[in-house]
Design a protein around this ligand. Sequence first.
Ligand code: BV8
Ligand code: ZN
Length: 247
Amino acid sequence: MTPAIEEAAKLLRGAAHGIAVTGAGASVESGIPDFRSANGIWEKFPPEHYATIDAFHRDPDRVWGMWHELGAMMAGVTPNPGHHALAELESLGRLCAIITQNIDNLHQSAGSRTVIEYHGNARRMRCMACEAVVPLVLPRESAGAPRCERCDGLMKPDVVMFGEYIPVDAMTASEEHALRCDVVLIVGTSATVYPAAGIPGTAKSRGAAIIECNLEKTDFTRSITDVFIEGPCGETLPALVSALKAG
Ligand code: BV8
Ligand code: ZN
């Protein structure tokens, strides 16, 4: 048990309103690559062509080509011990919510109940004309972008692309938690995408303690993090739960 894990366990044990903020690193040990690390998703699918709303309007078939591959990759994945540890922290009353940038539904599959989907969820797709939301059915290899069964409008994965606004309910709920929380557990994010990356800073400005779990140091580590737990979160988070329960 490292001193950092001990210190983090003490902070979480005394938390009145703990929250977690998670990024793609939380799902890497489930088999979903993150975006920016070596061999990450954006090595093969540069965001300017695949992750912006302008790129989607320009060439929806091309963007759906990425979702065809991502969907196949996500089809069989299951939560890893890190997801389960976060769900256990919630059931122990140590976390009130998870604000996730991830779109893979793995927190919910691990049993976490209060999950705020800051960037949407790729299990759904939404019609850009009539707003109908249906399960994301993958287009066949040559099928291109799926059309709406109700109005034949263009369907889009129900995720927030660059240049799109965060869903109002997710933004509002996250803001409330950031202002009320006294401990933030940041897991597996490079702190590069806004406004999500602003959430821990808001909490810090209100006096919250910041715990960060990552393989690498980030801008959070260099500015607001109080306790940095280095290592794969599929290992460090279960260790954190054990330390918390041992106290
Ligand atoms: C918006 C889509 C208003 C779904 C994504 C300031 C304020 C507001 C906006 C901006 C701003 N500055 C710039 C902007 C614009 C832009 C932005 O932030 N650009 C960045 C690049 C500078 N933001 C937006 O456009 C947002 N919308 O602001 O609306 C608006 C409206 C119109 C015009 C202007 C503004 C929308 C942002 C959402 C974009 N959608 N994804 C999907 O494909 O998933 S973002 C994408 O990056 C991912 O979804 C992910 O959510 C996000 C963050 O990435 P991470 O999760 O951190 O993943 P990453 O690979 O980067 O890092 C992984 C980390 O995990 C690493 O540190 C690694 O070391 C670690 N790790 C790896 N393995 C492990 C691990 N850690 C522990 N254990 C492991 N095993
Ligand atoms: Zn429609």
